[in-house]
Design a protein around this ligand. Structure first.
Ligand SMILES: *Cc1c(COP(=O)(O)O)cnc(C)c1O
Length: 228
C-alpha cells in the first residue's frame, strides 16, 4: 500500500475507535511519526492533509521544521539537555519531559528566546521501570515546582506502553494514565493546563483512543517499516 492508502486506513481506524467510545474523532490529533522518512515523504503526507509530525532526534526535527515551517513539529524522543536549544522554537510541543533538570533547561531556553515552551510530562508507570519518565507518585511535586519556571507550560501527560504484538496488553497502562490525567486536570497549578493525553503508537493507537488519548503518535502504520 502507498502512503495515501495508509493514511486513509489510519484515519478510518481513529474515527471508528472514537465512535466506539462515544468520542468525537476531531478531539484526536494524529501525530505522524516521520523519524524514519525523508523530506519527499513528509511532503507526500502533507499533500494528504497531515499537519502534525513527530521526531525523536533534535537535529532532524530542526532540519525538517526548517523545510516545512507550516507543519507542526512534535519532539517525542528522549531529549538530552544539551539538545534543548535545537528544539525550543522549532517544536510546537515536547512530549518527552522526563526529569527536572530538563524542565529547568527548557525554561532557560524559553527565557532567552522570550517564548513559552510547551511540554508534556512523560510518565513511567509500574512495570516498566526501564522506561524514562516521572513516577506517578512524583507528579504532584513536579507540577508544584513548575510554578517556579515561568517560561514552561505543562499541557498534559505522555506515556509509552512496552512493545507487544497484543494491543490489549497496553490497555491497563492507558487506563491508568487516563485516570491520573483526569485527576490532575481537576487540580490547579501555576503554568499547568492539562489538555493533552499523548499515548498510543502503531501497535495500540485504537486502544489508546478508547481509553482517552487526545494525541496518538503513529509511524510504521503510515510510513511502513524503514531502516534509518
Ligand atoms: C517511534 C515512536 C513512535 C511511533 O512508533 P510506531 O510503532 O512506528 O508507530 C511513537 N512514539 C515514540 C516516542 C516513538 O519513538
Amino acid at each position: 500500500m502507498g502512503i495515501a492508502e495508509n493514511i486513509a486506513q489510519v484515519r478510518l481506524k481513529i474515527a471508528r475507535a472514537a465512535r466506539r467510545s462515544g468520542r468525537d474523532p476531531r478531539e484526536i490529533t494524529l501525530v505522524a511519526v516521520s523519524k524514519t522518512v525523508g523530506l519527499e515523504t513528509v511532503a507526500e503526507a502533507m499533500a494528504q492533509g497531515l499537519t502534525h509530525f513527530g521526531e525523536n532526534r533534535a537535529h532532524e526535527l530542526k532540519w525538517k521544521q526548517e523545510h516545512f515551517p507550516d507543519a507542526f513539529w512534535h519532539m517525542i524522543g528522549r531529549l538530552q539537555t544539551n539538545k534543548v536549544k535545537q528544539v525550543v522554537g522549532s517544536a510546537v510541543l515536547i512530549h518527552s519531559l522526563d526529569r527536572w533538570s530538563l524542565a529547568e533547561e527548557m525554561n532557560k531556553r524559553g527565557s532567552l528566546l522570550n517564548t513559552p515552551v510547551s511540554a508534556l510530562l512523560q510518565v513511567s508507570l509500574a512495570g516498566e521501570k526501564q522506561k524514562a519518565g516521572v513516577l506517578a507518585s512524583d507528579i504532584d511535586q513536579f507540577l508544584q515546582s513548575v510554578g517556579q519556571l515561568q517560561w514552561l507550560r505543562i499541557e498534559g501527560l505522555m506515556t509509552m506502553a512496552p512493545l507487544s504484538e497484543d494491543s490489549e496488553k497496553s490497555r491497563p497502562i492507558f487506563k491508568e494514565l487516563c485516570a491520573i490525567y483526569r485527576c490532575y486536570k481537576r487540580k490547579t497549578y501555576q503554568n499547568v493546563d492539562m489538555r493533552h493525553l499523548s499515548m498510543g503508537m502503531s501497535q495500540d493507537f485504537e486502544v489508546a483512543i478508547e481509553e482517552g488519548a487526545t494525541i496518538v503518535r503513529v509511524g510504521t502504520a503510515l510510513f511502513g517499516e524503514h531502516k534509518r
